[in-house]
Design a protein around this ligand. Sequence first.
Ligand SMILES: [Zn+2]
Ligand SMILES: [Zn+2]
Length: 356
Amino acid sequence: MTEGKENVPQEATVANPISTDPLCRLETSSTFPEKPKEKFIPHIRWPDLIAQVYIHVGLLYGVYLMLTSAKLATSLFAIATIYTSGFGITAGVHRLWSHRAYKAKWPLRLILVFLFTITGQKHVYAWALDHRVHHKYSETDADPHDARRGFLFSHVGWLVLTPHPDVVAKRAAVDMSDLEADPIVMWQKRLYPILFFLLTICLPVSIPVYFWNETLWNSYWINFNTRFGTTLNIAFCVNSIAHMWGQKPFDRYISPVENASVSIAALGEGWHNYHHVFPWDYRTSELGSKFNPSTVFIDFFAKIGWAYDLKYASNKMIENRARKTGDGSEILSSSVNCTDKDDADDLQPPKAEKFE
Ligand SMILES: [Zn+2]
Ligand SMILES: [Zn+2]
């Protein structure tokens, strides 16, 4: 019978490291009890669970209204808003603020924070904090959406359960001084509840009502719940599907994968094996040549000078890494001629301290 044994602290026997007497080393024991590592049992955070149930039930009801009574323009507007505001996540809170993969002048940061707030995915500071912890402690207890705990947990469960103590500890330890020095980020953090009300709810819901006389009822369910819930689920897929099903051309020892479906839905964010290997690369895929509208978006703003210091891995680095740790699946860089931009000889490996 081992019943109750788990709760009894075990006495640790520690040899006296200084003594040269073997008997002394054997018999000197510490009386300090070794604290048993308690098994973490998460609890449901009921307000968050109720919010997720409300969003998802409303999402389905909104789809029903799209098919039965809403005007076509209202549905098209919801889809257009999902994809336009998505750049606030991909090019904004992800590549710019979480990874510092490029720099942006204030007008672009303002556009990105505006688009990101429409998506309703918390404020930039909270999102980037969790994402930095995710990359640094991927697939450990400290990973906020640790994919080892299954599809449901990494998809949405982590948002409705109490976090593992390691997550709490690592969140507190992450350096966020760069975001704390960005007035646009801190302004959005401070005003987030009112900005959520205005930009996540009022703005998208009121446009169809004002411009093409959609009913407020239809517009609310479609342009708040369906739109908001769809964007959430697309982002969730990067944490769940893109950590489970796909190829690993750059590192077969980690769980993130290349998943084309997630990339199509998430504006190029599904090339996740590459991204976890080169998180500081603004393209999040080799050469940026795979389907990646967010890279096109950043390139456009680089052309007009609002985005600068774009960081990317050289062909040589990519090929070397694929050869060393990849699963053997084909990568684009080996079959594409180098351009000026891609020529490995012109690129110095980035200094690591810049991109942590
Ligand atoms: Zn990931
Ligand atoms: Zn990332």
